[in-house]
Design a protein around this ligand. Structure first.
Ligand code: DQA
Length: 148
């Protein structure tokens, strides 16, 4: 069974109360619970990690490289600033899918730049909590036309 680490960055621990008009009313625990249920249906094993710290996120990505088959990463604001997180994604030989609840490309100009997109296997953005679900489905994809 494939094992996927789902990693969330700064301020995503405040989901539910943080700018709910943008990010919705579901808490991170709500989202993770539904992802656990989806993973079970898809035959995937998932673990979750959240940190507000850049170094801890780098550590989690490295752990995904060593112990998991891939990762789903919402690096939040570090998406737009962090070379260290980009380098961690490049350093591991496992696929990392970049996800966002909102579509950063349609928001403030400074969110249009992602340091991670070029290092990720793909990007899912703009679908709220379903962005994570779509990324998880990619990991479970088994049709012969799949790229991995
Ligand atoms: C986010 C988008 C980022 O621009 C922002 O800094 C976040 C959340 C999202 O999931 O939509 O914290 O990654």
């Amino acid at each position: 069974m494939k094992k996927i680490l789902i990693i969330n960055g700064p301020n995503l621990n405040l989901l539910g109360q943080r700018e709910p008009e943008l990010y919705g009313r579901e808490t991170l625990s709500d989202i993770n619970e539904s992802l656990s249920r989806l993973a079970q249906k898809l035959g995937l094993a998932v673990d979750f990690f959240q940190s507000n710290g850049e170094g801890e996120l780098v550590g989690a990505i490295q752990r995904a490289g060593a112990e998991y088959d891939g990762a789903i990463l919402n690096a939040a604001a570090y998406t737009h600033t962090s070379l260290a997180i980009r380098d961690a994604v490049l350093a591991i030989a496992k696929p990392v899918v970049e996800v966002h609840l909102t579509n950063p490309a349609g928001r403030d100009g400074f969110r249009a730049k992602s340091f991670l997109s070029g290092a990720a296997v793909g990007v899912v953005a703009g679908f709220g909590p379903r962005s994570y679900a779509l990324a998880l489905q990619w990991f479970a994809w088994t049709e012969p036309t799949a790229v991995a």
